[in-house]
Design a binder for this molecule. Structure first.
Ligand code: NAP
Length: 278
């Protein structure tokens, strides 16, 4: 899927190049947290391969909110930059809400601002869907998984991943149940799912007791084991023989997420030169 998606995106950057436009992403990083640097590297590599320019705006970990807002203002005003990815969570000293509200909706390629949120709720307007939630949907679409009338169970209720995904799935006519740490009898609820998405950040949370044949399982969780290996929330060895399909970790939702980010930057560049959305 990643190969097919990358091919399509590459054709779109080539078309933009013919119009003299290079799609360009600004990555805004505050501090040098390891997970931020890893995501920055992955996104920059993916962008470079697709003909998307990247520049990192790096501020020290003790930067004041005002300095971050000034950086956002410069990015908003820079016509060469089509999208901005602020790496989050920001340090606790920074007012995240002010940052989200300051970023131009046209450049909000990870869907964090109020206009993007409104777009999620209404299905129209400016902004973009959050990349990880959109990646789950793109995976289901690519593999021909019907969503209409299906019961989707999402483990997690975060504003970053789970709630946006719930709205996107409802938009596609799924019936959605959101679970969290206070949910009673999680395994029984999970077994009722046609589409089960886990975004809890708990390695091995979803085992055989949560699963039944025929299910589609999307594992959003990224957990680092004691040996430094990446693991999802789902116990893959237990799930794979039971369910119809499952996304692996690594190499599943995470890979598609960076491609969705690229897609949004390209869309923003197309919008800026009047080429319109696909
Ligand atoms: P988060 O803000 O920590 O939210 C986790 C959610 O899972 C919370 O709503 C929590 O419930 C729920 N939860 C945790 N343990 C549970 C349990 N035992 N039973 C039921 N619910 C449980 O995390 P997030 O930012 O949404 O991220 C979730 C996971 O996705 C993480 O592993 C993260 O690394 C990964 N992630 C992956 C990508 C990607 O591109 N692949 C992108 C972003 C995040 P409460 O609300 O009750 O606490």
């Amino acid at each position: 899927m990643a190969k097919a998606m990358a091919g399509q995106l590459h054709r779109r950057t080539e078309e933009l190049a013919r119009h003299g436009v290079e799609p360009r992403l600004a990555i805004l990083r505050v501090g040098d947290h390891g997970s931020d640097l890893a995501y920055e590297r992955a996104a920059a590599k993916r962008c470079a391969a697709l003909g998307i320019g990247v520049e990192t705006v790096a501020l020290p970990g003790d930067a004041a909110t005002e300095a971050v807002l000034e950086a956002i203002d410069r990015i908003n005003a820079d016509e060469r930059i089509h999208g901005c990815l602020p790496l989050r969570p920001l340090p606790e000293t920074i007012d995240d809400s002010l940052v989200r509200h300051r970023l131009s909706a046209h450049k909000d390629v990870d869907g964090i601002g109020p206009a993007s949120l409104a777009r999620l709720f209404t299905g129209s307007g400016e902004g973009f869907s959050p990349c990880t939630a959109q990646a789950c949907l793109e995976l289901l679409d690519y593999y021909g998984v019907a969503m209409r009338g299906k019961h989707a169970v999402i483990i997690g209720r975060s504003l970053v991943v789970s709630r946006p995904l719930a709205l996107l799935l409802v938009e596609r006519d799924a019936t959605v149940t959101i679970c969290h740490t206070k949910t009673v009898d999680l395994p029984a609820l999970c077994r009722t799912a046609d589409i089960l998405v886990s975004a809890a950040g708990k390695a091995g949370l979803v085992g055989a007791s949560c699963l039944r044949p025929g299910q589609i399982v999307v594992d959003v969780g990224v957990n680092v084991s004691g040996e430094g290996k990446l693991r999802g929330d789902v116990c893959f060895e237990q799930a794979e023989p039971i369910v119809e399909a499952i996304t692996p970790v690594p190499g599943g939702v995470g890979s598609v997420t960076t491609l969705v980010l690229c897609k949004h930057v390209i869309q923003a560049a197309e919008d800026s030169c009047g080429a319109g959305r696909d």
